[in-house]
Write a protein that binds this ligand. Structure first.
Ligand code: SF4
Length: 204
């Protein structure tokens, strides 16, 4: 329903909106408005679209709000960084067996895409990351990412993962005082996971 009043926020500085999100985020408000989140999940037909029960759908919406808030809060600081890493999930590879030609280097630890399939999501995301000057890692899990962050002095990090992993990773970055940007999986699981390439392109 359209508003019954008119407004012009063009003179309100962006810092006001960032401050608002920051305050709400720091007070964990989006985690405490259970009923509102449930209503939002209902309105967006998350249950019908995903088959999730209302409790899981609400949890998902809470995590997505969390991720978007962190992205917004870190964006300015992130844009000032130069040395950046991009972490991609290995479960988004086109193949999870020997048909994937990626090499795994346990010393890093990371997979390195061999570009065997032009339509592989990881192949395309790797190309985007490299074009943007990122060090690109295709990671089997959170532990590998923490090892890489310990060994390298990155100034900024972009991560693609399921919303639960991103929420955990966000805490790690916060403790390290590293600005991060996150892209959540739109299809999770152990294999054939998916993320939105366009969203990744916009955030890099
Ligand atoms: S394009 Fe890369 S990640 Fe995808 S299946 Fe081939 S080697 Fe593996």
């Amino acid at each position: 329903m359209p508003y019954k009043f008119s407004f012009d926020l063009s003179r309100v500085p962006q810092s006001f909106f960032r401050g608002l999100v920051k305050a709400a985020y720091e007070k964990n408000m989006h985690r405490r408005i259970g009923r509102g989140v449930r209503q939002l999940a209902e309105k967006l037909k998350i249950r019908e679209l995903t088959g999730l029960n209302i409790s899981d759908a609400s949890r998902l919406v809470e995590d997505l709000v969390d991720i978007h808030a962190r992205n917004l809060l870190d964006r300015e600081k992130f844009l000032k960084t130069r040395k950046r890493a991009l972490f991609l999930p290995h479960c988004s590879r086109k193949y999870m067996d020997s048909r994937c030609r990626a090499r795994f280097d346990p010393k890093v630890p990371s997979y390195y895409c061999a570009h065997c399939s032009p339509d592989c999501l990881i192949n395309r995301a790797t190309a985007l990351g490299k074009e943007g000057g990122y060090d690109v890692y295709v990671s089997p899990g959170g532990t590998c990412i923490y090892q890489i962050l310990e060994k390298n002095s990155y100034e900024g990090v972009v991560g693609v993962a399921c919303s639960q992993e991103l929420t955990k990773g966000g805490e790690v970055l916060k403790n390290k005082n590293l600005p991060g940007q996150a892209i959540f999986l739109i299809k999770n699981g152990c294999a054939d996971t998916k993320f939105n390439l366009k969203s990744l392109e916009e955030i890099l």
